[in-house]
Design a protein around this ligand. Structure first.
Ligand code: HH2
Length: 304
């Protein structure tokens, strides 16, 4: 999943893609790099970010979503507002990436009515205050209980089970230690039976560990995404699609001991419509009797 932030203030690329034509060109580059889906957002969720009106958010994302979907790219909308999600779905988006996990009272019914996919993200409080001294009894148990409750809300509104994706919300009201524990124990969330999305790309916890600024956090981004793959994640939300995709392809091939050429993988990811395309977990043992090159279904995860 490639990130297209149409915002002036996102933490790593704010202001770079505010112009719709620039955002579309950027998205198409990410798709060419191998993103199976592009996540278009018009409001930064970084701690302390200014709130954006629904009108302004809609104005930012709709032309970009139209441009990308008209070019044949699959698009998700990163929004907490049902009215923005509705306009995005009208413009061709097929997944609502809701970091507020259906807090907007109209969101669950919208997702159910439209039959689109929805990503439910764990966030403690709201973006403005979420990093104020976060505490959990057991961060994985707490996040799992929260996501389970939000799944119930979605199901009760009529959202189909197979349309739900879960996300532990790395960096959303968590300390460095919380983020690390969530990543290391991600298999406990994958065990809930839903596709798991992770978003570690360039985030500040990586910078705290290695002492580097946002633009220099690609190695940390790769390390965390590879570990997440091994623990059962299947969607990887990143700014730098090409290098992460390569890392995931090699990691997935190693775990499965089977592989495909980039051309075969790209063809398959282009035609993939499900977010559950390929999953590998460290508990699975998909080893063929003699390690060999696969000519069938891809062993690499799609980045969406
Ligand atoms: N992280 C960000 C935004 N949306 N969605 C999901 N599902 N998971 C995440 O981890 C996630 C997300 C924050 O990253 P970014 O979009 O790069 O920054 P900003 O919120 O400042 O625009």
């Amino acid at each position: 999943m490639g990130i297209v932030n149409v915002t002036p203030d996102s933490f790593s690329d704010g202001g770079r893609w505010l112009d719709p034509a620039a955002a579309i060109a950027h998205g198409l580059r990410l798709a060419a790099d191998g993103a199976a889906i592009l996540d278009v957002g018009g409001e930064s969720t970084r701690p302390g970010a200014a709130a954006v009106s629904a009108d302004e958010e809609r104005r930012r994302v709709v032309p970009v979503i139209q441009g990308l979907t008209q070019a044949g790219v699959r698009v998700s909308v990163d929004t907490m507002k049902a009215v923005v999600a509705e306009a995005a779905l009208d413009a061709g988006a097929t997944l609502v990436n809701d970091v507020a996990a259906l807090r907007d009272p109209d969101m669950a019914a919208l997702v159910a009515d439209r039959g689109c996919e929805v990503c439910l993200v764990h966030m403690r409080g709201e973006p403005r205050t979420m990093q104020d001294d976060p505490h959990y009894d057991d961060v994985v148990d707490d996040v799992r209980a929260f996501l389970t409750a939000r799944v119930e809300v979605a199901l009760a509104a009529g959202v189909a089970r197979e349309r739900i994706v879960l996300d532990p919300g790395i960096g959303f009201g968590k300390t460095v230690d919380h983020n690390l524990e969530l990543l290391d124990r991600l298999d406990e969330l994958a065990a809930l039976g839903f596709p798991v999305l992770v978003g570690t790309s360039r985030k500040s916890f990586l910078g705290k560990i290695v002492g580097r600024d946002t633009d220099d956090r690609l190695p940390g981004t790769i390390a965390t995404n590879v570990l997440a793959l091994a623990r059962g994640a299947s969607i990887f939300r990143v700014h730098d699609v090409a290098p992460v995709r390569d890392a995931l392809a090699v990691a997935a091939a190693t775990l499965a001991r089977t592989w495909t050429t980039p051309a075969e993988t790209m063809t398959t990811s282009r035609t993939t419509t499900s977010t559950t395309a390929t999953r590998t977990s460290r508990t699975a043992d998909p080893r063929p009797s003699s390690p060999s090159r696969s000519s069938g279904s891809p062993s690499t995860p799609t980045t969406g």
